[in-house]
Every structure is written in structure tokens, then in C-alpha cells.
Design a protein around this ligand. Structure first.
Ligand SMILES: [Zn+2]
Length: 279
């Protein structure tokens, strides 16, 4: 019956006539099927299915349920700007290589480095200017320890909240889950942005590290913030070089606290100048 209906509909579509009654029947079929599907779908698949595209494909690559929930929370919250923020594809990253936009970025990074080296004899800046691809971000998300800890928390709270009622009959109502996720406050903060959402994925952020004799002495490492960055004043010295030689950089990031992370606002792309908080 269903197949026959589909055939009839596709014939009607091809002829350019789509009878209202058929579309109503078709719509109710679709709704009934998707409601049934969300009740019986494996949880991991269900979570991917309610993510705003293109984040659904990234979620498919995150097997752990807690890490998936944590990423989905970011995607639900970022829904209104998710597409414009989404990390570049490998192809786009390749286009960026050697472009005028990349040269402008590298020139400004070099100017900051030159100023810093002159102001702090014996020390240098190391800046990784490679655009972080979505694949790389997913690998990190799946293995990062702080993400793992936050993932355990969100999954256990999720089970507490949904197990008693909705879970007995299958997966929760997508809208209820979205609301719960977007209001969920983590006590264990992950020190990574969810895959796809970092500004490092669009050459709009750079991490600046401090080097001595070719060795990094203050890295992009949250454990070094107080004992190294603050204790030795590298946060202030880096910021001074930024102010003096990196007019298109803004930062450092304060939430989370990352004295090495600066957002980049390329003048050639006014659309990207909009200030979006984040990593
Ligand atoms: Zn960063």
C-alpha cells in the first residue's frame, strides 16, 4: 500500500499535479513514520537525527553517547549561526592555501612574532596557522579527557531526567530533549569547542605559544595558565605584541580562559567581522 502510494505520488509529481488530498495523506504517513522511528531508533542514531544540519553528519562520527549529547547541546544552542560558523571542508581549506586572504593572515602573524621577539629577547612566538579541519576536530573530541569527563556527567543527568518517563516508551520527544540540552549547565567544562564550531576551522582564530631555543615553554595548555602564562607574565607580553602589531586580532579568549587564543577579523571579509564569542 505504501509503495503504491509513493508510486502514485511520484507520477503525480512528474506530471506537475500534486493533488491536495494525496499530499495530506502523504504528510500524515510521513509524520506517523518519523514518530515511530524516533521511538524505536537506536539512541545514537536518534541524537544525530535531531541535530541541525550539517551537524548531524559530525554527530554520526561521535560514537560515545555522552560526547554526542555534549556536542548536540552546542549544536542546539548554536542553531541560529551554525551554518555560517561551520568549519571549512578540506576543499575550502585547500582553496585558502596560497590565497591573498591567507597571505594577509600570515603577514600579520609574522608582524606580531617580530614585535614579540624584539620586545622579549631570547623568546619567540610559535603560531600554528594550519586551519583545523572538521575531521581533526572530531578525532580530538572523541579522545579529549576533559570532554570525556563532561560527557559522563551529561549522560548520567540525561538518564536521570529521561529514564523515568519518556525513555520507557522509547526516545524522548525531540523538542523536549532540545530544550533540556540547551538549558543544561555542566559543572565539568570541556576545554574544546564542539566539532565544527571552533573559529580555528575557518582561519578565524590562532593560538600563539611562547618558544625558547626552539622549544615551547608556554603552550596552548590549560594546565599552564596559572603556573606559566600568568606567573611569567606571558599573557601580558603577548597581548602587548598584539596591540602593537596585530590590529586584526582580538582577544585573548576569556571564556574559557585561554591567554594564547586570539580571534582574527580579516578586513577583506566584512561578513566575518561580526563578533561571535567562542573558540
Ligand atoms: Zn584556540
Amino acid at each position: 500500500m505504501h509503495n503504491a502510494l509513493m508510486k502514485k505520488i511520484s507520477v503525480a509529481e512528474r506530471m506537475g499535479h500534486f493533488p491536495v488530498t494525496l499530499s495530506v495523506i502523504f504528510l500524515s504517513f510521513t509524520l506517523a513514520n518519523s514518530a515511530r522511528a524516533s521511538e524505536t531508533m537506536p539512541l545514537g542514531q536518534f541524537l544525530s537525527s535531531i541535530a541541525p544540519p550539517p551537524a548531524d553528519e559530525a554527530l554520526d562520527e561521535i560514537p560515545d553517547i555522552g560526547r554526542k549529547l555534549l556536542a548536540l547541546r552546542s549544536y542546539v544552542r548554536a542553531r541560529s549561526y551554525l551554518v555560517e560558523r561551520w568549519s571549512w571542508s578540506d576543499e575550502k581549506i585547500k582553496d585558502f592555501q596560497g590565497s591573498a586572504a591567507q597571505q594577509a593572515l600570515l603577514a600579520e602573524v609574522a608582524a606580531v612574532g617580530a614585535y614579540f621577539a624584539q620586545a622579549n629577547p631570547g623568546y619567540e612566538i610559535y603560531a600554528n596557522t594550519k586551519v583545523r579541519s572538521l575531521d581533526t576536530q572530531i578525532v580530538k573530541w572523541n579522545s579529549n579527557v576533559s570532554v570525556g569527563i563532561a560527557a559522563v556527567e551529561i549522560y548520567s543527568k540525561w538518564k536521570e531526567h529521561f529514564n523515568t518517563n519518556e525513555m520507557n516508551e522509547g526516545n524522548p520527544d525531540p523538542e523536549k530533549l532540545r530544550r533540556w540540552l540547551s538549558g543544561f549547565v555542566s559543572t565539568k567544562r570541556a576545554n574544546l569547542a564542539a566539532p565544527g564550531l571552533t573559529l580555528h576551522g575557518r582561519a578565524l582564530a590562532i593560538d600563539f605559544q611562547i618558544m625558547r631555543n626552539g622549544k615551547i615553554i608556554a603552550g596552548a595548555n590549560s594546565k599552564q595558565i596559572d603556573p606559566v602564562w600568568r606567573a611569567h607574565g606571558w599573557d601580558i607580553k603577548l597581548k602587548e605584541s598584539m596591540d602593537a602589531a596585530g590590529p586584526l586580532f582580538e582577544g585573548p579568549l576569556t571564556s574559557p580562559d585561554e591567554p594564547w587564543h586570539f580571534n582574527y577579523h580579516p578586513a577583506a571579509h566584512p561578513a566575518q567581522q561580526k563578533s561571535v564569542a567562542g573558540r
